[in-house]
Design a protein around this ligand. Sequence first.
Ligand code: PEP
Length: 305
Amino acid sequence: MGPIPFLTHASHFTQQDESRKFLYYISTPLSKSVESGSFFLRGKISHMKTKKKMIVGNWKMNPATMDESKKIIKGITKAAEAAKKVDVVVCPPFIFLTEVKKAIAKAKIALGSQDIYFEDAGSRTGFVSPVQVAGVGTKYTIIGHSERRDRGETDEMVNQKISAALRNGLTPIFCIGEKERHSNGDYLEHISMQIQKGFAAIAKTDLQKVVIAYEPVWAIGAKTAMTPHDIYEMVLYIKKVLREKYDAIVSESVAVLYGGSANAENAEAIIKDGEVDGLLVGREALVPENFSKMILVANNIKAKK
Ligand code: PEP
C-alpha cells in the first residue's frame, strides 16, 4: 500500500468523489485480509462476522431518584427482550448500580458504570474501584468520556482505567473524539493519539474485550448528530489505526459505537450508513419510548454481506 492521502490531507473530505475513492482504497484490501483471517481463526473470532449491535445508555447524573431509574428500566424492558440481535446496556450513576441491577434481574439488559478508578483498593476518598463496580454485577464501564476528560482526565489515566477494567473482567467502553474539526485534518491526529495512548501496553488478545465509542465532542448534547457519511469515514480511520497498531483481525473485531445526539429518528441511518456497531446514547437514554425505538431500529438492521 502506498501513502494514504487520508493521513496527510483531510481537506478532501468535503469533496465527495475524492472521499469515495479513498473509502474504496482503504476498505477493499482490509475486508479481503479479514475474510481470510476469519477463515483461519474461525472460532476464536467467531463474533467478528456475527457481531451483535449494541445500544448503550449513559444516564450521566440522572435521574434524580431510584424510582425514576426503575421507571426507565420498566419502559425499555420490552424492547430489549424483543431485540434478540442487540446487546442493551444501561449506565446509571454509581449510587443506583445495586438497585438497577435488581431491577434488570429478569431483563435482557446489562449494567455498566460511567467510570471507575484505576486502582483496585486504597485510601481514595470519593472514588469507586473497579473491584466494587464488578462486585455488584456490572459488566461494562464507560472510560474516558469527554465530560471526564474536560475535568482533567488524561490519556494516561484513561489507559490505566482500561487496564483496571480488563483486570477486573469489565468491558471498557473507551470514548474517543475530537473537540473540533479543522480543515487541516488535525482531528485525525488527535483520534490516532487517543487510541495509541489509551491502548498503550494493552495486549492484542484484550482488544476483543474492548468497545470503542467514537463521540465527536462537538456533537454531544447538540442539536444534530454527525452525518452518517462522516461517521463512516471516521470508523474506517479508527479501524486503520487499529490495524496498524495491532492487525486487520483486531481492527475488524473491535466494536465501534457512535455517540453524539443520536436519537430515534437518526439511529437507522447512523448505524446503517455510518457502519457502526451501535450507539452510545445520552439524553435519549432517559426517555424510555425513544430509547426503545433505538433498540428496535438496531435490531432490524440487516448485517452487510
Ligand atoms: C454522551 O454524552 O455520551 C452523548 C452521546 O450524549 P447525547 O446523546 O445527549 O448527545
